[in-house]
Design a binder for this molecule. Structure first.
Ligand SMILES: [Zn+2]
Length: 115
């Protein structure tokens, strides 16, 4: 089932809404201001993508949405993309660090001064 993002035209809040079928569900309301004026936007983030699909669909020139930036699974996507583009294979250390950043960013930030 696809998840679409809708932008409230009144306050600008972005809602992620699970849509059954092609039509937008009736009675959608902005959870911030209650406005029903929601406009579907094309999301850069598809939550059903695997890691490599996510990487393939990543566009380094696109302005990423707030939800993209908040999704820790997207951390390091830019670095991964640049590596792939230049034909460099990411090292195991790079992958391990990335995985740690995505799953437990606080620990990485806390320990970054220890080396
Ligand atoms: Zn709103």
């Amino acid at each position: 089932m696809p998840i679409y993002e809708y932008k409230c035209t009144s306050c600008g809040r972005i809602e992620s809404i699970l849509v059954q079928g092609y039509k937008s569900p009736d009675g959608m309301k902005c959870s911030a201001c209650g406005s029903a004026e929601l406009k579907r936007i094309i999301s850069k983030v598809n939550y059903h993508l695997s890691g490599s699909d996510r990487l393939d669909s990543y566009d380094p020139n696109a302005r990423q949405s707030e939800s993209f930036l908040k999704d820790t699974r997207n951390i390091g996507l830019h670095a991964e993309h640049m590596l792939k583009k230049s034909g460099v294979k990411p090292t195991e250390e790079f992958k391990t660090r990335l995985e740690k950043l995505r799953t437990d960013p606080a620990s990485v930030i806390k320990n970054s001064g220890d080396e």
